[in-house]
Design a binder for this molecule. Structure first.
Ligand code: ZN
Length: 264
């Protein structure tokens, strides 16, 4: 798991997914998005409920008060137009223009999962991690357990470079309320190490390793993290325990799976 490399690929994949979504070419994921959009369409949220946008205010005092200046269709058409017709001289997407439009669209429709996700992805491509995090967390609260693993990877990648560890801890706790992927454990452990909570970090790493079904990539990343934090003893213990698995790294994957099944 190379977080930075994966981050770029994930962002590109998710962005092109949403481009196809606007062109109505995608069926499966679309159903989830539309189901969740309906769930959070204005009528379904109780007025005294905490607003899903994450402001901490009651819905009636927050997003319920917003009066959109333009219809949702207007924004979708405009975003499609920018994607199709406004490229720079290299033929790349005009992310600045796109992001400007997405900010306006999100002000009018803060509880739309497509708009929150696209704004987060483009913010990330424009190298605005704080803004990206805010939009992607909104998207998570809207999609909940249906949030894609790519989105979670992006969120935790941002958290892993985040300087506010206490805040990052809080955000991770929020993520665990909805989804539970092994990569969240790696980043949690990283943050706990930075906060000098080594014992907790060790436990979290092991828990994540189990959670990943002892995936070799996870083991590799965990060892790298332990080495980086100079936790040689823990790294050594983990390696000794599962040493045989490192012989599997260069073999073909069918063989690996048979071998792992045999040994576990
Ligand atoms: Zn709100």
């Amino acid at each position: 798991m190379d977080l930075k490399k994966d981050l770029f690929n994930d962002t590109e994949n998710e962005t092109s997914y949403y481009e196809s979504y606007l062109d109505q070419k995608i069926e499966n994921k679309k159903l989830n998005i539309e189901k969740n959009s309906k769930k959070y369409s204005n009528k379904k949220i109780k007025r005294n409920q905490v607003c899903p946008c994450g402001s901490g205010k009651k819905y009636k005092n927050c997003c319920a008060r917003i009066e959109p200046k333009s219809p949702l269709e207007y924004y979708f058409a405009k975003i499609k137009d920018i994607l199709n017709n406004y490229t720079d001289s290299f033929g790349n997407r005009n992310n600045h223009l796109l992001y400007e439009t997405l900010i306006k669209a999100n002000k009018d429709y803060p509880l739309n999962p497509v708009l929150t996700s696209m704004a987060g992805l483009i913010a990330l491509q424009l190298n605005k991690p704080d803004e990206a995090l805010e939009y992607l967390m909104k998207h998570l609260r809207l999609m909940q357990e249906k949030t894609s693993q790519e989105t979670i990877n992006m969120i935790v990648s941002i958290l892993s470079i985040y300087s506010e560890d206490k805040e990052a801890e809080k955000i991770l706790k929020d993520i665990f309320n909805y989804v539970d992927y092994p990569i969240q454990y790696l980043v949690s452990a990283d943050i706990k190490f930075r906060l000098k909570k080594d014992d907790i970090a060790h436990d979290i790493l092991l828990e994540g390793y189990q959670k990943s079904n002892k995936e070799i990539d996870y083991l590799n990343s965990a060892i790298n993290l332990l080495k980086e934090k100079r936790q040689y003893k823990t790294a050594f213990n983990l390696l000794v325990k599962d040493f045989y698995r490192f012989n599997l790294l260069d073999e073909d994957s069918d063989f690996n799976e048979a071998e792992i099944a045999d040994q576990s």
